[in-house]
Design a protein around this ligand. Structure first.
Ligand SMILES: Cc1cc2nc3c(=O)[nH]c(=O)nc-3n(C[C@H](O)[C@H](O)[C@H](O)COP(=O)(O)OP(=O)(O)OC[C@H]3O[C@@H](n4cnc5c(N)ncnc54)[C@H](O)[C@@H]3O)c2cc1C
Length: 477
């Protein structure tokens, strides 16, 4: 049967583009079909509030992109991608008006955590030294033969612990505990859940090893660099092309789907064998988010001076408060004092806003598919640490979990990570297999954040899925 392309990729998110590049680099002809009118999925930017204010629609801060073993092999700087390292990667304001901070340097971070300096250094220093080895180990399916078993075991023992247990066992004082809990909350898991510590460790270590950088000109620049490189390799991208049925795709040897498990079920349900369909149907969502982008007349008047020099801010108070909030969300309850993640890109990238004015990117965790307006609760959390914040607001752009889903078919219910990342679903993502990208449909692979290693802008799901397709299908021709 004549073919139109060696491979068709459905979806132009970071994983779809990573898959397409991996294939095109070996000489395959590749077409990417994107449902939206813009490419990039979770890595896009636009003027959402007022003219001259450039906001990140989804991802903003990129430790995993900067630390991605695959992205490192690509000439993305040649296509305009430049990383900006905020002076302080992360600040976490505390109830006494001070802030705990993650700095690039492990020793300096430890020194600031008075009372817990030794414990922080003992936990992070040996792991940070092994970052390159570890990044390769955990940014792939869990079921694999480790190349660095000793380094991995050193990481895995603390990583499997619930964050509340590890933080309270190791640290005596609130600053270190709160800092650890805030980073662990990126997991969207209750902090009493196993492996919630893994997220604090991976993101904390990335902060020390590669920083928590932002791309100059917005996260769209990551997409632009990937897409420009793909086109240079001969790849094609078709926008406004929503795939509703696999049979409608151009003829190809391989199909790689940068779509969530639930979108895959929608477009391929009839073709999938019952046993596989049942496995996908049992895959569980993570909670959702409520997001606000702000245009501000001035920088945020943070009480803690460190927050004025940080790219990312975690708001939620101490460890017990954050744990209670995340537990509420996991149980489907709307938290009164939500855990809020903030990025203040325009402090470090003047392109983002008119001179003297600023953008602010903020979201909080909410129950799956929650349609409640969280604006007052988010702003109350910011006002706690920055009295007078509301006076700086020029305009707001809000997205409920339902609006988030409407902006990208992959983000059902506002779940931004392609499915819960609990212990079971880290192992079985979405099925228990050393090649979880492969589906029972010949030549058809999943390559989205619903596959290992999961959510975040790093392209590793796309890279591994494309490697599987190359091994199993494309190298045979
Ligand atoms: C609000 C928000 C904040 C985030 N913050 C960060 C952050 O700061 N740092 C970070 O690293 N990560 C962050 N993330 C997560 C990150 O954006 C995602 O994990 C990442 O984009 C996943 O990449 P992907 O390629 O798997 O899927 P996506 O980026 O979701 O891309 C999938 C693409 O496929 C398209 N598509 C879906 N179905 C079809 C179909 N049937 N036909 C054709 N096209 C289709 C979609 O339109 C989309 O363009 C954030 C996400 C959100 C939503």
């Amino acid at each position: 049967m004549p073919i139109d392309y060696d491979a068709v990729v459905v979806g132009s998110g970071p994983n779809g583009l990573a898959a397409a590049i991996t294939l095109a680099r070996t000489g395959c002809s590749v077409l990417v079909c994107e449902a939206n009118t813009t490419i990039g999925g979770g890595a896009r930017s636009a003027e959402l509030t007022l003219p001259g204010f450039l906001h990140d629609l989804c991802s903003a801060v990129h430790p995993l992109a900067a630390g991605s073993p695959f992205f490192k092999t690509l000439p993305l700087e040649r296509f305009g991608l430049a990383w900006i390292q905020p002076e302080i990667p992360l600040a976490h304001p505390l109830n006494d008006g001070s802030a705990a901070c993650l700095y690039r340097d492990v020793d300096f971070t430890a020194e600031q955590l008075a009372g817990d300096s030794g414990a922080y250094r003992r936990l992070m220093k040996p792991l940070a030294r092994n970052w390159e080895k570890l990044a390769n180990e955990f940014l792939q399916p869990i079921l694999h033969l480790p190349r660095h078993p000793v380094a991995l075991a050193q990481f895995a023992i603390p990583a499997i612990c619930p964050a509340t247990v590890l933080a309270k066992l190791l640290f005596k004082r609130e600053p270190a505990r709160a800092l650890f809990a805030g980073i662990a909350a990126h997991s969207f898991l209750p902090l009493e859940a196993p492996v919630s510590s893994a997220f604090a460790l991976v993101l904390g270590l990335a902060g020390h090893a590669v920083g928590w950088p932002i791309p100059k000109g917005g996260s769209q620049q990551i997409t632009k660099a990937l897409a420009d490189y793909l086109r240079e390799l001969g790849g094609k991208i078709a926008m406004n092309h929503c795939v509703n049925n696999l049979d409608d795709l151009p003829k190809s040897r391989a199909v790689l789907l940068d779509v969530s498990v639930w979108e895959f079920l929608r477009i391929a349900r009839r073709q999938l064998p019952r046993w596989y369909r049942a496995r996908l149907e049992s895959f569980r969502h993570a909670p959702g988010i409520f997001k606000i982008d702000y245009a501000l007349s001035s920088p945020i008047p943070w009480k803690a001076e460190a927050c004025r020099r940080a790219g990312t801010i975690h708001l939620g108070g101490g460890i017990d408060e954050i744990a209670a909030t995340e537990c509420d969300v996991a149980r489907g309850k709307i938290p009164d004092r939500p855990f809020v993640l903030i990025a203040q890109q325009s402090l470090f990238d003047e392109i983002r806003a008119p001179r003297g004015q600023h953008t602010l990117w903020a979201y909080c965790h909410v129950p799956f598919a929650c349609n409640v307006d969280m604006t007052d609760r988010i702003e109350a959390q910011i006002e706690r640490c920055a009295p007078g914040f509301r006076d700086c607001v020029l305009a707001r752009h809000k997205m409920s979990a339902v609006d988030v889903e409407n902006s990208n078919r992959n983000l059902a219910g506002g779940d931004i990570n392609g499915g819960a990342a609990d212990l079971a679903q880290l192992i079985r993502r979405p099925t228990l297999s050393p090649t979880p990208y492969r589906t029972p449909l010949k030549g058809t692979y999943l390559c989205s954040a619903s596959t290992p290693p999961g959510g975040g802008v790093h392209g590793m799901c796309g890279y591994h899925a494309a490697q599987a397709a190359l091994r199993e299908i494309l190298s045979k021709h």
